[in-house]
Design a protein. Sequence first.
Length: 375
Amino acid sequence: MNRPTNYWDYIRVEELLGLQGGLAADDSGIANEEVLFVVVHQVYELWFKLVLRELTAARDLFMAPDVAEQELSGAVTRMRRIVTILRVAVQHFEVVETLGTREYLAFRDKLFPASGFQSAQLRQIEILLGLQEDERIPLGPPGSHMQALNDPTGLPSPARARVERQLADRPSLREALEAWLARTPIEGAAHDAPDAGARLQRFIARFLAAHARHIDAARDHAQSVTTKTDSAERLAAMYEREKAGVRDFLAPGTTPDQQRRHRVRAAMLFIETYRDLPLLSWPREILAAVIELEQAFVLFRQRHARMVERVIGRRTGTGGSAGVEYLDQTALVYRVFRDLWAVRTMLLPRELAVLPEGAAFYGFATPASIPLQSR
């Protein structure tokens, strides 16, 4: 016979409230400030658990050979839920900032050589997003970032086991997303259609021509309003570099990997350029959600660094890292979706995003009266 459910059993209140003692058996003999420190970090680990579940679900959706359009809204919902979680998590740093430096130093020595760097779940999130191991900021000799997850005796730990399982769980979200993007029909041609390559190059040529006109117009306007005599040549060089950067970004390359990335970049640009076409509206929402998600992680890292600096300044970290300097570096270096951010630099005004040939495939017919820029 089923027994009635009560609140305290369902969320295991008594077990939960018995876990804040840190290294002690319980929290009865430690200061409120240390309990605060433990509670906040436990809450972070619970949030990380939810983030991992949502990221995994989103990743798994893109692993399907065919992703139904109606399923994309679910991936957007999951990614935006993660963004909301991270925004709430950022606010928790305000609670830690109520710790005075002296109050924190009273128990900080207990933490050596522990470090937030040993949060296996945060590492799992980074790996699942697509951060490569060779992109990690070293704490010491090669492999030290994994050795830091070992038990103090040197033996493997549950934390290391978690990270190793995540490393083996491929693809990452970035890999799955790029495989999905590579299948984007460009100008109405499927990725494996006989004329797919020709249509891809036609789109890029048309885009580059429109982009060059847009940049030249911006240059001319900037030169017309400047009052500095030495600015004309400097502005011309800057705008030429911008055009060259876009051409380099969209260059096809020669190796299979370069050619795959070429198509992925073109797909990102195609989706963003023609976002108003009905069939591209949800793919565009996916790209927007990914940008929002990574931005939330960057802000989380930056806020973490400022909290640490406010409480303990620029001391060496308890785990042997450079402390705040290391945290600031992670916000700069640990960027996964760089190509998607780069595309924002290239987008054109609406009036230059003329409907492509094959637009009827995406839900709109191309009126004969609208000349395509490729003509």
